[in-house]
Design a protein around this ligand. Structure first.
Ligand SMILES: NC(=O)c1ccc[n+]([C@@H]2O[C@H](COP(=O)([O-])OP(=O)(O)OC[C@H]3O[C@@H](n4cnc5c(N)ncnc54)[C@H](OP(=O)(O)O)[C@@H]3O)[C@@H](O)[C@H]2O)c1
Length: 242
């Protein structure tokens, strides 16, 4: 029987690359997105052309608590179990520290931290023994930066969550790891002004952004390797060395 993976934010950028990589490996895919249905459908078509797997698509905004139950009911109605979950969707708030409103701070915390925690809690009974959970953290949760305080703090929380979850998931024989990407050439980064992009490239030892496909190889390894547990794998092209 084919393995099944749920990927939040699996229709663009990093999530899409991970979906394609796991699809090629034979995983059936359940992909969630927030609002861009056209792109989501196109992504499914693209992956279907390249991998002979089942792909299910579900709209589920991580800023809404109801999405936890929506995803759970969708999986149970279809009698699906999971071999892996990639908690990948995330959000930021780039308002200055002085102008950050508490509701924006809470929205970033809810989407990046509370949502995956409670989705994991709700879907735990659907995850098969030997299953693997991967969280998308960020190098910005390791190195202090000056753009979004809420983003950096929530990604640090994700790294800590991964380590803390190990003992809670061990009785279920589920592994949990995190990946902390540096700067990956997705829409998230492509929308930044050229000058900022050049500044980023100057700080990376390899002198360039990461391609989503390069990163997806790491996700596949982390999901498949049966002894990796409680690790945060940093994939930043040598950001700290320059
Ligand atoms: N790109 C980077 O340099 C970088 C570096 C470190 C960490 N990360 C992390 O990697 C993850 C993915 O980033 P990305 O660069 O691949 O982004 P992206 O290319 O913008 O893709 C975002 C994906 O997430 C979905 N999404 C966005 N907001 C959502 C929401 N509120 N609820 C549910 N789904 C939502 C999008 O769906 P729609 O298309 O419908 O909006 C899309 O499928 C994030 O957690 C981000 O923090 C990115």
């Amino acid at each position: 029987m084919k393995k099944q993976v749920l990927i939040t934010g699996g229709t663009k950028g990093i999530g899409k690359a991970v979906a394609l990589s796991l699809g090629k490996e034979g995983y059936n895919l359940i992909l969630t997105y927030a609002s861009d249905e056209d792109t989501a459908k196109n992504t499914c078509e693209e992956i279907r052309q390249l991998a002979q797997v089942d792909i299910l698509l579900l709209k589920a905004d991580i800023t809404k608590q109801a999405s936890v139950e929506d995803i759970y009911s969708y999986l149970t109605k279809k009698h699906l179990s999971l071999d892996a979950i990639v908690f990948n969707a995330g959000l930021t708030c780039r308002d200055s520290f002085e102008n950050t409103q508490m509701e924006d701070w809470e929205r970033v915390f809810f989407g990046n931290v509370h949502f995956p925690v409670f989705l994991l809690q709700r879907t735990l009974s659907l995850i098969n023994k030997g299953g693997s959970i991967v969280f998308t953290g960020s190098a910005m949760g390791i190195y202090p930066h000056s753009v979004s305080l809420a983003y950096g703090v929530t990604k640090s929380a994700i790294h800590s969550l991964v380590k803390n979850l190990v003992k809670f998931l061990a009785p279920y024989e589920i592994r949990v790891n995190g990946i902390a990407p540096g700067f990956v050439d997705t829409e998230w980064q492509k929308n930044k002004p050229l000058e900022i992009r050049r500044n980023i490239e100057k700080k990376v030892a390899l002198g360039r952004f990461c391609e989503p496909e390069e990163l997806a190889e790491v996700y596949k390894m982390v999901i498949e390797n049966s002894y990796l547990n409680g690790e945060i794998i940093v994939v930043d092209g040598g950001y700290s060395y320059k």
